[in-house]
Design a protein around this ligand. Structure first.
Ligand code: G3H
Ligand code: ZN
Length: 279
């Protein structure tokens, strides 16, 4: 089937107070496992390819990007191919030209004025091609930038940002932080509700690996919709691979440890998708 529209999916999930799982494709096998999990759960999913992942794949977007798009298009459930954390405008445009239907332009490292200007420009460019845009506010506090656990998005700033840029989804700072390997982050659910009431587009949580199941349920109830998870899957995949290799030092075929690693990713994505959707 054709790719799903992230605007339709996220608006519908937000209205129903459900979380929409968005998982990062670090290796193409992750994408295969994520789609298999979504089909098993009978739920939509967002397949994310980040600028960093493209860099890992020798800076070549097309080979891994076409794989992600093909997985999205061949899935038996609604799937979106989404470019994640793209700071490079040319990469955003190349991804759209390749067939990605959703882009996160990340101008959070820029000054507030510059972030608004560049986000508005790329949003207009993407909208002219029917592509959705997720963005992130600039420096909102916290010494280490927007993803410092102490950083917070101001609801009125968020409303102005959405108004000024026309973005379709907004990533906000509410207590999470990227690449946590423990699920101990504390989210500010009161703030999530206030931002949700102040803006008209669905909210995105980055750094969701650090949030417990119960914490995520509360955040979704409070108004969080798109839930971005990457590190948590890496932790599970690597633990499985390590266990298999530790148990048999004669293994040389990557399929022998890749298969159980992929199975661990698939099982957890299916579980999380159901949990986020309240099933
Ligand atoms: O954009 C991707 C997510 O924010 C993933 O963050 O690796 O901390 O789960 P995470
Ligand atoms: Zn992120």
């Amino acid at each position: 089937m054709t790719q799903a529209d992230i605007r339709t999916l996220s608006t519908q999930f937000a209205a129903e107070k459900k979380g929409l799982g968005a998982f990062n494709v670090v290796l193409l096998e992750f994408g295969e496992a994520i789609v298999a999990a979504a089909e098993e759960a009978g739920l939509p999913v967002i397949l994310q390819l980040s600028q960093n992942a493209v860099k890992y794949h020798r800076g070549r977007l097309a080979p891994i990007g076409k794989g992600v798009i093909a997985l999205a298009e061949e899935a038996r459930v609604p799937v979106v191919a989404h470019l994640d954390h793209a700071e490079d405008i040319d990469l955003c445009k190349a991804a759209v030209d390749l067939g990605f239907t959703s882009v996160m332009y990340d101008g959070s490292h820029l000054s507030d004025e510059e972030n608004r200007r560049t986000t508005a420009e790329i949003t207009a460019w993407c909208h002219a091609r029917g592509v959705a845009v997720e963005a992130e506010l600039g420096e909102v506090g916290g010494k280490n930038g927007v993803h410092d656990p102490s950083a917070r998005t101001n609801p009125q700033d968020a409303a102005r940002f959405v108004n000024d840029t026309g973005v379709d989804l907004l990533a906000v700072a509410v207590g999470s932080s990227h690449t946590m390997t423990t699920r101990t982050a504390e989210l500010d659910c009161q703030l999530i509700s206030e931002i949700r009431d102040a803006i008209s587009v669905p909210l995105v949580l980055h750094g969701s690996s650090g949030v417990s199941d119960e914490g995520m349920r509360a955040a979704i109830e409070a108004g969080m919709t798109k839930i971005n998870v990457s590190t948590h899957l890496n932790v599970l995949y690597t633990a499985q691979v390590r266990a298999v290799l530790d148990a048999d030092e004669k293994i040389v075929d990557p399929r022998k440890y890749g298969k159980p690693g992929n199975a661990a990713v698939e099982a957890e994505v299916a579980r999380l998708l159901r949990w986020y959707a309240g099933q």
